[in-house]
Structure formats: C-alpha cells, structure tokens
Design a binder for this molecule. Structure first.
Ligand code: SF4
Length: 437
C-alpha cells in the first residue's frame, strides 16, 4: 500500500444510499478527474477502491460490510477509502472489519484528493469531522441529470434515525452556489435538476433563507428543464403550503412531492419524535391534489416501530387507503445503534414481517390503480435514460412518473410527447406522438 502518486491513478468508486450520497460520489469523482485521475468501472484495474457508504437501514449496512470484506479478500493489497455515513456513524464496527482503509466522512468529500494521496502513500487517513463545502465540479453518472445537494444535516431528532449522527445539524449551502451550479449544468447539457437533502423542507432555516425563496430563484432561470424537489418533512411544508403550490405551477417543477409520513398513528409519531400529526399530512396531500390534480405523492412508512399496536398499524393502513399515495417506500423497523428507539420495547420480527406484507400488497394495488388513470392520456416526457431493451427509452412525465417508450428515433435528452398505452405498478408505457425539441 506504499508508493508516491506519480503515475495516472485509476480510481474505482461504488455508491450506496440516497441521492445526496450520489451527489457526493459525483463530486469526489469530479475532483479526482480534475486532478488527472482515471475513473474505472472495474475494481481489478483500479489502483484504489472507494466505497461511498450508507447506514440508514441495517440490511444495507450488512450488505456493505459484506462487500468490504469481499473486496479485501479479492484485493488484499489494494488501497481503500471508505466514505459516506458509515465511518462516522459506525466507526468502531467498521474498523473492526477494515483496520487499514482510510475514512472520509460525509462532510469531507472535498478532501478526496488529499485523502487519496495520503492513502496511496501508505497512510491511514481519517477526515471525519468538519462542515461540508459546496462543490460543483461533478463527474455525472447521467449527463442529463444534475444532483444538487442544497444542505446537509437536518433539524430533526427522530428516535429511529442514525443519519443524524453522521450528518449532524442542518447546514444550508449558499443560494448563490446552488444557482451557479444549476446554470453551469444547464449550459453543459443537463435537463433535469434534483434538489436533494435529508430534509429539503428546512432549507435556509439556519440562514436568512427558505426553500420557497430557493425554488423561486431556480424557476427564474431561463431554459427548458425540469426540477425534482427531494424529500421534505410535513412540519416544514405545512407553513409554506400555498407558496409552494404557487411555485409548483411553474412548468419546470415536476408535479412530484416526496413527503415522508412514517406512521398513520399520532401516538407512534410522538414516539418517533416527529414534529407533525397525521392531520397535517392529510391536509398537505389534499391541497396538492386539489390544486395540482396530476401531482405524484411519494411517502415513506416504517412498520413495526417499537410499541406499534395492531390499532396503530390499522391507522397507518387507513391513512394509506384514504390518501392513496402514488408510491410508498415501506421499511421494516430495524434497530439502529445509539438511537432512542434502540431502548424501546421491540415488536416481534414475525409481526413486523406480517404487517410489512399486508401494507406492501395494499401499496402495490394503489400504485397500479393510480398509474392506470394515465392510460389514453398524452403527456410531455423528458427522456434521460436508455431502457433495458434495444430501442427502449426511459423518461419522466410532468408528474415524474417513469414512462417506458419504444422507438427507432434517438430521443435521449429530449422532451417528447407520448400517448400512454399501458400501466404497471412501477411505470407507464407509451408510444411516441412527436418530438418536442
Ligand atoms: S429528519 Fe429525522 S429521519 Fe430525517 S435525517 Fe433528520 S433525524 Fe433522520
């Protein structure tokens, strides 16, 4: 693991977790590319391996731990950097399986080259603390999509969450940096902007700024592009609801709202230390649906949170049946070390699995039903990916619904008009009506 950084260094990077982590990976690769490193998709060809990790759920953490052991087994002499939330949130556990790798915490992506250089010189480098620096030098994994992390950390302290331990308290990035990054990316061919964070809703609360101010500035930028607003907690959305609806009317805004509710029981929400009640969630969904009927609502639910009774669970089922979200990310509760929920009385695994199956069946039915309502309609789709089969493309309509299109024409990176001919629970199928670009 020794030797100076003299030759063109080949870097392999693997990413796990949320879109904010994807953004960190693009920043790290962008900075290394700018320093002359070569990016390879093949770990065998790499001089150094970088894993950008996530600890939000136990199964993901276990999978990453297994991967680290496997890579070390396959490449015992290769230099390794472990980045992301795991070095900060699970330091000792990680060191117990990987005593040699360098560690780069989620707020230190900008130090990747310094970390790489030290690691290749045989040092065990650790950058774990500090505050993030905004960086717009990115190596995009999709040339049409710019993933913009607007802030790090959050204002919450949810009793089940370990992310807070790794990402800390809210730090909003300067509006000017964000706008400059977006404008630069649009000039370089991006057409879709993801605004992401642990909680986009509280953006600017630590500064004299706000999410609505940010969105108003973004929608002032000239050009034909789309903006996807990332996860925002109900307690930060409710106070700005009418402003947000007004901003969402702009055609650049995907009519997409990711609003994690986590439980349909106010008693459980209190135990989770969430700062809203189910009535707030219902109200926000109802107003968005009334004002923007095509809006796509995406939410998250945890089943089997400690102390969740059958009655609580029935309230979650009732809330999902009433609000009919287009998608629900169903998570089985899992203990995260050092969290309040770890010390609470746990629900049996058997009950958690049963409830998870029950709610997932309901969610699948609702997803399909909501997607079927698009059949026969025409929609404007931004195509950002090739599909799995030849001549197949994947795009998003104005409600950020995934649409699969089959055509001989090259429509990548373009806006097209599509007539929806079919629906699955995960996506729509459509035929090309015309090219718009
Ligand atoms: S808002 Fe809650 S769940 Fe989200 S990152 Fe913060 S502490 Fe975790």
């Amino acid at each position: 693991m020794s030797g100076k950084v003299t030759k063109k260094v080949s870097v392999y990077l693997e990413t796990y977790g949320c879109s904010a982590n994807q953004s960190h990976s693009e920043v790290m690769l962008g900075l290394l590319r700018d320093k002359g490193c070569h990016i390879t998709k093949n770990p065998e060809k790499a001089d150094i391996l970088i894993l950008n990790t996530c600890i939000v759920k136990e199964p993901t953490e276990k999978r990453i731990m297994h991967r680290i052991k496997k890579l070390r087994e396959n490449f015992p002499k290769k230099s390794m950097i472990i980045a992301g939330c795991m070095p900060v949130g699970e330091y000792r556990l990680l060191r117990s399986i990987e005593p040699y790798a360098s560690f780069l915490g989620p707020k230190n992506s900008s130090k990747i080259f310094k970390c790489l250089k030290g690691t290749l010189e045989g040092k065990k480098v650790e950058y774990l603390e500090g505050r993030g620096v905004y960086c717009d030098s990115k190596y995009r994994l999709n040339p049409y999509i710019n993933i913009v992390e607007i802030s790090e950390g959050c204002l919450g302290n949810c009793s089940y969450c370990i992310v807070r331990k790794a990402k800390g308290r809210l730090k909003s990035y300067p509006l000017s940096d964000i706008l400059r990054d977006i404008k630069k990316s649009l000039k370089s061919g991006c057409r879709e902007i993801w605004l992401t964070s642990q909680d986009c809703g509280c953006y600017g609360s630590d500064k004299d700024n706000s999410l609505t101010k940010l969105l108003r500035e973004v929608t002032k930028i000239r050009g034909d592009f789309r903006v996807r607003l990332g996860m925002s907690n109900p307690d930060h959305i409710k106070p700005v609801l009418s402003d947000l609806i007004d901003i969402y009317r702009d055609k650049r805004m995907y009519k997409f709202l990711h609003l994690p509710v986590q439980s349909g029981s106010d008693r459980v929400l209190r135990d989770m230390n969430r700062h809203y009640v189910t009535k707030d969630f219902r109200e926000i969904v109802a107003v968005f649906r009334q004002k923007l009927p095509i809006v796509r609502i995406w939410t998250d639910v945890i089943v089997g949170f400690p102390g969740e009774t059958e009655k609580d669970f029935k309230e979650t089922i009732k809330l999902i049946k009433e609000t009919k979200p287009d998608f629900v990310n169903v998570s089985k509760f899992g203990i995260r070390p050092g969290t309040g929920a770890e010390r609470m009385e746990q629900v049996s695994r058997e009950t958690i699995n049963k409830r998870s199956r029950q709610i997932s069946d309901l969610v699948d039915r609702i997803c399909l039903e909501r997607n079927k309502s698009w059949i026969g309609k025409e929609c404007r789709v931004l195509v950002t990916e090739r599909g799995l089969k030849k001549g197949q493309y994947r795009g998003r309509n104005q409600a950020y619904k995934p649409v699969i299109i089959k055509t001989e024409k090259d429509i990548l990176g373009k806006f097209v008009t599509v007539k929806v001919t079919g629906a699955r629970k995960t996506h729509l199928k459509g035929i090309l009506v015309n090219l718009q670009d």
